[in-house]
Design a protein around this ligand. Structure first.
Ligand SMILES: [Zn+2]
Length: 381
């Protein structure tokens, strides 16, 4: 058996620097929202890099940038992530997975390794959904899943920064992602009676704002009582009509819940609703509820997860495992092809910020694990 090729740390880090300079901000962050001039420039830069390394590049109708070797096999493992960012985003979210994929393909191609021809790399279009006109993100991966090109894809692997503090706190350098949490959004609205804010005595008020505020204040503790794997947020809270001298006749909030367990999502919503109804009754109000959206829990393919775990273990870099609490293109791909996702730690858990950081050694190690995963996948097919 020939020695396993090693990725070039220098080239990987230089490429990350070069990409970060496109839409780069003085504070070290990146502005490369999907569809902006900077995003398009980064995609052209990526395609140029591929061609300069003897690879073929293609951009599809929606804007996904693909690359493979000139002698590519009919069916290929897809590896990559996204090069668009949130406004004032970081240099690693998405970019790391794309540059690592480019480094893996470049290295395998240089070495004439047979796995190179069974590999395709991608930068997906509009993962973040940061533009008002975006359908909500994951736009490129969703489009690929409805495209005939999908028939040529044997699986998908996405390398990404964790974007949270858990790995660093646990001292983990690599994690194989179990899946992506389910996300439920509920609109909860209390209805009372609008009235004059000066002339209406307290006992006669049906203050929907007060009812909703009390319910919102209690929600955090209720979430924690359901499961320590569940997190939630009330990020939108509206008083109606919303005037300083009118007692709110109605008030609504959007409750978002995330958990790797569907039953925890359901139980938590029921508990919060029950509690909100009780508080509303005390305030002389009633409660309306509508589920706005349900994104089911994603569990990544077991054989793909095992493959990555084995690669990590056999090379003396044991990986932990965790659920991702953020959405990714891998979640979309996973419904159609066997998919795995690998995380490297985020320093202090910071992401979607100019201060995104992961030590160079761990960025390089993650790319090497990606390369060895691609080889192991090739050998097993
Ligand atoms: Zn991302």
């Amino acid at each position: 058996m020939s020695a396993t090729p090693g990725v070039s740390a220098r080239r990987l880090l230089d490429d990350l620097d070069a990409l970060a300079a496109i839409g780069g901000r003085p504070d070290g962050g990146v502005d490369r929202v999907a569809g902006t001039a900077e995003d398009l420039r980064a995609r052209r830069w990526l395609a140029e890099q591929m061609r300069a390394r003897g690879l073929l590049s293609r951009t599809d109708d929606i804007g996904n940038v693909f690359g493979h070797t000139p002698n590519a096999a009919k069916r290929r493992l897809l590896v990559g992530s996204h090069t668009d960012t949130v406004p004032a985003g970081g240099r690693l979210d998405g970019a790391y997975g794309v540059i690592a994929a480019l480094e893996v393909l470049t290295t395998l191609h240089e070495h004439g390794h047979p796995a190179a021809d069974a590999l395709e790399i991608v930068s997906f279009w509009d993962e973040e959904g940061a533009q008002p006109q975006s359908p909500g993100g994951m736009t490129g991966s969703t489009a690929l899943c409805a495209d005939p090109h999908l028939a040529e894809i044997t699986g998908f692997v996405e390398l990404h920064i964790e974007q949270g503090p858990r790995m660093e706190l646990a001292g983990q350098e690599l994690c194989v992602v179990d899946g992506i949490v389910g996300v439920d959004r509920h609109l909860i609205r209390a209805v009372g009676e609008p009235n004059h804010a000066g002339t209406t005595p307290f006992p006669l008020r049906k203050d929907a704002g007060r009812a909703m505020a009390r319910a919102a204040a209690a929600a955090h503790d209720l979430m924690q009582s359901v499961s320590d794997t569940l997190v939630g947020n009330i990020g939108s809270f509206t008083l109606e009509p919303g005037a300083p001298n009118v007692i709110p006749g109605a008030a609504h909030l959007v409750l978002e819940l995330r958990s790797p367990h569907e039953d925890a999502l359901t139980r938590c919503a029921e508990l919060i609703l029950e509690h909100t109804r009780a508080i509303a009754a005390e305030e002389g109000c009633t409660v309306e509820h509508r589920m706005l959206s349900h994104k089911p829990v994603v569990a990544f393919d077991e054989s793909m997860r095992t493959l990555v775990e084995k690669v990590c273990r056999s090379t003396g870099r044991p990986a932990g495992s965790l659920y991702s609490y953020a959405g990714h293109d891998a979640g979309v791909m996973s419904a159609h092809v066997p998919t795995a996702m690998v995380f490297v730690p985020s320093t202090r858990g910071v992401s979607h910020s100019p201060h995104e950081h992961t030590p160079d050694r761990l960025l390089t190690q993650g790319a090497q694990v990606l390369l060895e995963t691609v080889i192991a996948h090739h050998d097993s097919h």
